[in-house]
Design a binder for this molecule. Structure first.
Ligand code: HAM
Length: 450
């Protein structure tokens, strides 16, 4: 048997519905914030990621899926979405349009990591980027949009951790302080970090071996080395987060594992013991130097991305009730060939009128058809028999109330419409907020009404 590659998943059944639901919420929130959808290639030239994410990052040195194409070009499956968006911004001269450009994406990324719960080799991220503004309002907007997506999904205990790496002067000052701190412990560092100390000491802080070790206890933090301007900028961001009522903690430990960041960096965590390593469900930050570094004009940017598999884990861990449709409106049943033909016709008519309908295709007995309708959670059964059809009638059964009616074929649509509306109106959540005013557009069993 051929099995899926390690670190990949087949998403199907109820999980696939949860994924679709998350994507719909992302689309809805992004529309409200006026971000446009962007699709960039899943593979790009290897150089893009080396120059963009940083030669000495774990992602570039250990985790990329690289290949040479048939014309000997070096290619890499994208490990994240930001570098591709920036490449596209430059190549399509989007900087010539009115700025900022606000875009969002949703797609698969590839990282050769050690697979564990919430850490995949093929991961799907949704993310968004704002290119062309340095105003801290946009930092606050990106963070609040991310939080609002999680809130709309029904997640609780969302913790926003923010930090600032400052501008290049602040980062240089911090680098010097970090080197001074690390110098006496140089020999105790892992082999990779011994190399990093020369090239990029900041990366030692997110090393999977040394990152949590005693060597780094008491190590200086970026926030203590911010110059006046960077400090003021960070204070401004905090004041906007307060206006937007986004609760946050300043977490000086956050440095992020990608080289392109400066000023604001943030991680969004969910407080759930069951999530362990996967508790960071989304992260992002400002990357003012990246567009220029990749050959475009000096452009200030900020963005965020979130792993969908981690969001799904968080929703399950918190047992969030999701308004996912797990039933159908009508199941059509029949016995003989004449009825079968009519079922095919009726099914088409009902589907075209907006109902979710299924019928029997495999020649099962009437008894098995009842079982199949039950498995599909059908709200109504349409039971066809030739005699009724000759009289222009069908038998219809409400599977919940067990009420059975014989109705004229012409009347089916009205009957279903009326009954389905009645079923939706009988809200069982006990609130006064009924369907017309429901924010999410789904029925009252959704978390918005809890
Ligand atoms: P990142 O921190 O590498 O940042 O990834 C962002 C999010 O993607 C993580 O918080 C996590 O939810 C998810 N993620 C990362 N790796 C995995 C994995 N192996 N399996 C499952 N989920 C994963 C970035 O990717 C930046 N591009 C974010 C950004 C956008 N910064 C600015 N703009």
């Amino acid at each position: 048997m051929i099995t899926k590659p390690k670190g990949t998943s087949d998403i199907y059944g109820r999980d696939a519905k949860i994924w679709k639901y998350i994507e719909e919420i992302v689309d809805g929130v992004m529309e409200k914030y006026n971000y446009n959808y962007i699709r960039t290639p899943i593979f790009e030239s290897t150089e893009l990621f080396h120059r963009g994410i940083g030669e000495s990052t774990d992602i570039v040195t250990k985790e990329t899926y690289d290949f040479t194409d048939r014309a000997d070009r070096k290619m890499t499956l994208r490990p994240e979405g930001t570098a591709g968006v920036v490449r596209s911004f430059i190549e399509n001269k989007m900087y010539g349009e009115s700025l900022p450009v606000k875009c969002y994406y949703n797609g698969t990324m590839y990282r050769y990591e050690r697979p564990q719960l919430g850490r995949d080799r093929e991961l799907t991220q949704f993310g968004f980027e704002v290119l062309g503004t340095d105003d801290p309002i946009s930092d606050a907007e990106v963070i609040s949009a991310a939080v609002n997506i999680y809130k709309m999904l029904g997640l609780k205990d969302i913790k926003v951790h923010i930090n600032s790496l400052g501008d290049s002067e602040s980062r240089d000052n911090y680098r010097k302080a970090l080197l001074e701190f690390l110098e006496p412990n140089k020999d105790k560092l892992c082999d990779d970090c011994k190399k990093r100390i020369e090239k990029n000491p900041l990366r030692i802080l997110d090393c999977k071996i040394d990152g949590d070790s005693d060597i780094l206890k008491g190590c200086p933090t970026t926030i203590d080395y911010l110059n006046k301007e960077s400090k003021e900028r960070f204070e401004e961001l905090k004041s906007y987060l307060d206006i937007l009522e986004v609760k946050y903690v300043v977490d000086p430990k956050i440095v992020r594992g990608l080289d392109y960041y400066n000023h604001t960096v943030f991680e969004i965590k969910i407080d759930s013991p069951g999530l362990s390593n996967a508790q960071t469900i989304g992260a992002g930050g400002r990357y003012n130097g990246l567009v220029k570094q990749l050959g475009g004009p000096d452009t200030a940017c900020i963005g965020f991305a979130s792993g969908i598999s981690r969001v799904v884990l968080a929703l399950k861990e918190q047992e969030v009730k999701l308004p996912i449709k797990e039933d159908i409106d009508v199941f059509i049943m029949y016995v003989n060939e004449e009825e079968r033909k009519y079922a095919v016709y009726l099914q088409q008519e009902l589907r075209m009128s907006g109902f979710t309908v299924d019928m029997e295709y495999t020649g099962r007995s009437l008894k098995s058809q009842f079982k199949q309708a039950e498995r599909l959670n059908s709200k109504f059964l349409l039971i066809l028999n030739s005699e009724d059809l000759d009289n222009g009638e069908v038998q219809i059964k409400n599977t919940e109330t067990k009420q059975e009616d014989k109705i004229s074929i012409e009347y089916i649509m009205y009957y279903l419409d009326e009954q389905l509306v009645d079923m939706e109106d009988s809200c069982d959540c006990g609130c006064d907020d009924h369907h017309d005013s429901c924010e999410c557009g789904h029925d009252c069993k959704c978390h918005n009404h809890e």
